[in-house]
Design a protein around this ligand. Structure first.
Ligand SMILES: C=CC1=C(C)c2cc3[nH]c(cc4nc(cc5[nH]c(cc1n2)c(C)c5CCC(=O)O)C(CCC(=O)O)=C4C)c(C)c3C=C
Ligand SMILES: [Fe+2]
Ligand SMILES: [Fe+2]
Length: 337
């Protein structure tokens, strides 16, 4: 008898399918070495959602210049944040996955939780195949990017669609595309900031630093900037901060084009000259601490602020595997079971 292509006979053919949650994040190199970083960046930066310039020209620049120079530089930075548990992003993502599975089980949901990374491993394709082999035919996808952006959330969707385009039977899919204004998210963020203020005192200014994006993407209709503004407004309203008590900035610029402004580094350099020497900084676009928060913010930007005359600099950690963050994830996925 002919086999069902890519399908076990049961799934979707009589037996009740299982429900699975798929957590998705960006991905990280396997090791903090130039060769592992090159592999990772080659996949990441070849994604047309990430760099939107004509393919042929970009491939020449990417392979001719960037992948020759950047991997060694980035690997040196990854080495600074790497721990015995590996890449912080991977370590935290695995803990989030395990804790969400426990939380859903405790809440009496018979649902498994899986982790995939958009670039590197575990890949979206291999994770979807594992879910399928486990009899899952209903998938709730939660990309862990609070503010939708085409280079992150949109690209995560592309990877899912690319794999499923090879399947005959498409599982039921729920794709959570943004949670920038979700009440649990805003409360968790505001509470983590309040806890910092209570422990260390209220700073002169709170800096809310988001990952950047080319400004052109905004004009082409990407809602990321507006969603960052909304997260900022809701969190600062919740904290009761006045307009002069916070500033929203964008970090992690890449390339020569104009990116979303104001830039985090330029802002931190300027603040001491304006009499602001005591700041706390939080990065609400990152659901897990990673190179961009631990090295770029705590390391590089902390240094820039001190050099410019800043005196007190505190980084407020990402929500990572905090209970409030895991509860937020559970509440986001549950309505779709
Ligand atoms: C080249 C363009 C890039 C866009 C656009 C972009 C958007 C974007 N990225 C994140 C989250 C993360 N980015 C991370 C690392 C990272 N990002 C870029 C480039 C773009 N990001 C590069 C080249 C790198 C790699 C590091 C380096 O070589 O500098 C990470 C951390 C990964 C880790 O391993 O720790 C995250 C997370 C968001 C939310 C975003 C939204 C617009
Ligand atoms: Fe990035
Ligand atoms: Fe960076």
């Amino acid at each position: 008898m002919a086999k069902f292509s890519g399908l076990s006979k049961e799934v979707g053919h009589g037996q009740r399918g299982k429900v699975g949650v798929l957590l998705l994040n960006l991905g990280t190199p396997d090791e903090p070495t130039a060769s592992a970083v090159r592999r990772y960046l080659a996949e990441f930066l070849a994604d047309p959602r990430v760099v939107e310039i004509p393919k042929l020209l970009w491939m020449l620049i990417l392979h001719g210049i960037i992948l020759r120079v950047r991997p060694a530089k980035s690997a040196a930075l990854y080495q600074k944040v790497w721990t015995a548990a590996g890449s912080p992003l991977m370590d935290i993502s695995l803990r989030q996955t395990a804790k969400l599975a426990n939380k859903l089980k405790a809440d009496n949901h018979d649902v498994s939780v899986h982790l995939a990374m958009r670039y590197g491993s575990p890949s979206v394709a291999s994770t979807l195949q594992t879910m399928h082999q486990n009899g899952i035919d209903k998938i709730v996808v939660l990309p862990l990017y609070p503010q939708y952006a085409a280079p992150t959330t949109g690209s995560a969707f592309d990877a899912i669609a690319a794999e499923l385009s090879k399947w005959r039977y498409i599982p039921a899919l729920h794709f959570i595309n943004t949670y920038h204004d979700n009440a649990d998210f805003i409360n968790a963020l505001a509470n983590s900031i309040t806890a910092d203020f209570e422990a260390h005192g209220k700073p002169q200014k709170l800096v809310l630093s988001y990952h950047g994006m080319p400004e052109r993407n905004l004009h082409l209709g990407d809602p990321y900037y507006c969603f960052c503004m909304k997260t900022t407004r809701l969190v600062t309203e919740k904290l009761g901060l006045g307009k002069d008590e916070f500033v929203m900035t964008f970090q992690s610029r890449f390339g020569k084009a104009k990116w979303l402004q104001p830039y985090t580094d330029a802002t931190l350099k300027a603040l001491p000259q304006q009499g602001v020497r005591d700041i706390a900084i939080v990065c609400p676009a990152f659901s897990a601490d990673c190179l961009e928060t631990l090295e770029e913010i705590v390391g590089e930007n902390g240094h820039l602020f001190a050099e410019a005359g800043g005196e007190k600099f505190r980084y407020i950690a990402a929500l990572n595997d905090d209970d409030a963050h895991i509860t937020m994830m559970a509440n986001l996925v549950k309505p779709h079971f």
